[in-house]
Write a protein that binds this ligand. Structure first.
Ligand code: MSP
Length: 539
């Protein structure tokens, strides 16, 4: 393993290796998943699906963070052993991902036996670098954040702003510390040399301000805590949950039968291209994690994207306010594609975003049921009536390049690709919708039913071809967000391609399918039936 401090790639794709690894946070198992967890995971799945679609070899990592005081206490409160509790809650995450159509490759659990071996080896490297020492930790600890807080950052009665219903607890104990301060300059150099390392810009600025104030060493062990790995050099201490959790990303890279060594874990997929996280855990990923990797003399991950918080009807969603939304319930009521689409399209990734169910239903009905679904349905019916249920015998080259739909369609793939790459999902969806909306307008203006009456068969066929092809392209480019809906559209268009499987030469498939004009003349179309049922507001 060479000593490379940071990867040189400026964007998140390791194009030289043709691989792409992406992570969600490893979720605490203090409770069943809520919508905040689902939000990051949906976003990661969208990126992973897009990168697979375009032909990269992708590894999507998610999982659970199972150690620490918070989990220990929760298990106790339920009268369960910690492991029993973790197993139970971890399975509810797996079930939710299934329900949401999340195609992850690895589910990393930090209580896995092989994880301990990775943590131990990593700790050894940091220890050998002289970056761990014993010291006295005094301060207020928020168990819900699993983080020491500066007194100035706490509210009245030492309550944590993120968990105002709980008081932070005073601690004065011997802990092992990680020499974070030693990495001040190297971290600043990393941020300067890789301006994209922390995204979006607002989060980058937050981190730069924090680091500029001067970094302090942080404690990486706890006493009076059983639920965790013992510190390899001193079993009277338990490793701090965050030290072990971040390494869960590395353990996840091991293949099934691999001996759990860092060399094996880092062989194929490291450095991970991007960590998707919420803004509350930015410091751990953008400051502590790269410094730990520097200390262990390992390459740094490609970047960190810190998204915003979900709010419900304008208020931050959380247990404190009791306004959390159960993602299982939401999917059962509206379907996975609807939930995925709403959060990806309606919230600018990086900003806070609101869930308002009336808006949810309206957006889904407008975009997917009406604009896209009805468009396909009525066009297929016209193709049945006027063209014998087949794709009209039109060559895309024969459609003039200033045709309203061809003009948008020819550029759409190139516009949507960078949107997905830069995690600007909402913008990507808007681009796709522009083609869909223009298709509706075009069909109304061209009035194929009139062309039929006027016996202008050739013009009629061109119109129907242009619209069918536009629906196809929109469905294809939207498939990372709405995999089921896109697959149904492909089926009805009579195209046998499973959009969620990337078999064969995926890059070549992408090259043709992401282009306007691939629909083959004369092939038989499927039976029209609604691909997206109108939603009703269910309370
Ligand atoms: N276990 C740590 C992560 C360790 S990663 C090695 C953790 N877990 S968590 O379950 O508390 O939070 C996981 C993610 O959910 C965080 O990225 C957090 O930002 C996100 N969310 C929690 N509430 C949220 C909202 N209301 N809205 C959006 N995301 C939020 O932190």
């Amino acid at each position: 393993m060479g000593v490379v401090f940071y990867s040189q790639s400026m964007n998140y794709t390791n194009t030289s290796k043709n691989t792409f690894a992406i992570t969600t946070p490893l979720y605490y198992v203090n409770d069943v998943p809520h919508l905040g967890s689902a939000y990051t995971t949906i976003a990661a799945d969208v990126v992973a699906r897009f990168q697979r679609l375009r032909g990269l070899s992708v590894l999507m990592i998610t999982g659970t963070d199972e150690h620490g005081q918070k989990i220990e206490r929760t298990a106790q409160a339920y009268g369960r052993s910690p492991q029993e509790h973790c197993d139970l809650i971890a399975s509810s995450f797996v079930e939710l991902w299934e329900l949401l159509g999340i195609k992850y490759d690895r589910f990393s659990r930090t209580t896995a036996v092989r994880h301990q071996a990775i943590v131990k080896e990593f700790f050894g490297r940091v220890w050998d670098a002289g970056d761990i020492y014993l010291g006295q930790q005094k301060g207020f600890y928020c168990v819900s954040c699993e983080e020491f807080k500066e007194e100035r950052d706490l509210l009245e009665n030492h309550r944590c702003p993120l968990h105002p219903n709980r008081e932070a607890e005073w601690r004065d104990e011997q802990n092992y510390f990680f020499r974070l301060s030693k990495y001040q300059n190297q971290l600043e150099a990393l941020y300067a040399e890789q301006p994209n390392f922390i995204q979006p810009e607002s989060r980058r600025n937050e981190v730069l301000n924090f680091v500029r104030q001067g970094l302090q060493d942080f404690s990486i062990s706890r006493v009076n805590l059983d639920w965790g790995f013992p510190v390899p050099t001193d079993p009277n201490h338990t490793l701090y949950v965050w030290f072990d959790a971040l390494l869960g990303y590395v353990t996840a890279l091991l293949e099934d039968g691999d001996e759990p060594t860092l060399a094996n874990a880092l062989a194929k997929w490291w450095p991970i291209n991007i960590h998707l996280i919420g803004k509350d855990i930015l410091r751990f990923h953008a400051v502590y994690w790269p410094a730990m990797l520097m200390s262990a003399q390992l390459p740094i991950s490609g970047g960190v994207f810190g998204h915003g918080f979900l709010t419900k009807d304008g208020q931050k969603m959380g247990k404190t306010l009791g306004n959390t939304v159960d993602p299982v319930d939401l999917v059962r009521r509206y379907g996975a594609d609807a939930v995925r689409y709403y959060f990806v399209k309606e919230i600018e990734f990086g900003k806070d975003g609101d869930l308002n169910e009336t808006r949810f239903v309206n957006v889904l009905n407008a975009d997917l049921a009406n604009d896209l679904g009805n468009l396909l349905n009525r066009t297929l019916k016209m193709a049945q009536k006027y063209c014998g249920g087949k794709v009209p015998p039109v060559a895309p080259e024969d459609i003039p390049s200033d045709n309203a739909l061809k003009a948008i369609g020819m550029e759409l793939g190139q516009r949507v690709t960078p949107a997905y790459e830069n995690l600007a999902f909402s913008q990507g969806c808007e681009e796709i919708l522009t083609l869909v909306r223009s298709s509706n307008k075009y069909i109304d203006e061209q009035a194929p039913w009139t062309l039929y009456k006027q016996k202008q068969q050739q013009a009629l066929e061109q119109v129907l071809y242009a619209v069918l092809e536009s629906v196809r392209l929109a469905a294809y480019l939207l498939s990372p967000v709405t995999p089921k809906l896109s697959s149904s559209i492909y089926q009805q268009l009579g195209i046998s391609l499973d959009l969620s499987q990337t078999t064969g030469d995926a890059a070549a498939t992408f090259a043709t399918h992401a282009q306007w004009g691939m629909l083959a003349a004369n092939h038989t179309l499927g039976e029209p039936h609604p691909v997206f049922q109108r939603l009703e507001l269910v309370s």
